[in-house]
Design a protein. Structure first.
Length: 110
């Protein structure tokens, strides 16, 4: 079976189902550095640490390029030496499998 990063992202439409909470542990097994922030809209979250702002900014731009290529965009918070990345699907107000795929692809950038 293909890893999450190798799987195809599917276009998510309004009304598509979110990933059921009982499936999260299986998907998170491939994303050990990520956590799920529960709230009105659950999201995958990870903080990436870098040596300086320039490296953090370069990583932010790499994530942006991957996001743009799939038409699926995260929340990115770039600070000196760190970047917080949060993935969720705005159209459905929660987590879609594409979010887990994009988190895995984000991991491959470091």
């Amino acid at each position: 079976m293909a890893t999450l990063a190798e799987q195809e992202c599917e276009v998510c439409r309004v009304g598509a189902p979110t990933v059921p909470e009982e499936e999260w542990p299986v998907l998170l097994a491939e994303l050990p550095e990520w956590s799920i922030e529960k709230g009105v809209e659950n999201c995958l979250s990870r903080v990436f640490v870098f040596k300086n702002f320039a490296q953090a900014l370069q990583f932010t731009n790499q994530v942006g390029a991957v996001a743009e290529s799939e038409g699926h965009h995260p929340l990115l918070i770039t600070e000196w030496g760190r970047v917080t990345v949060k993935w969720w699907t705005h159209k459905i107000g929660g987590l879609h499998k594409t979010d887990f795929i994009m988190a895995a692809r984000t991991d491959k950038l470091v």
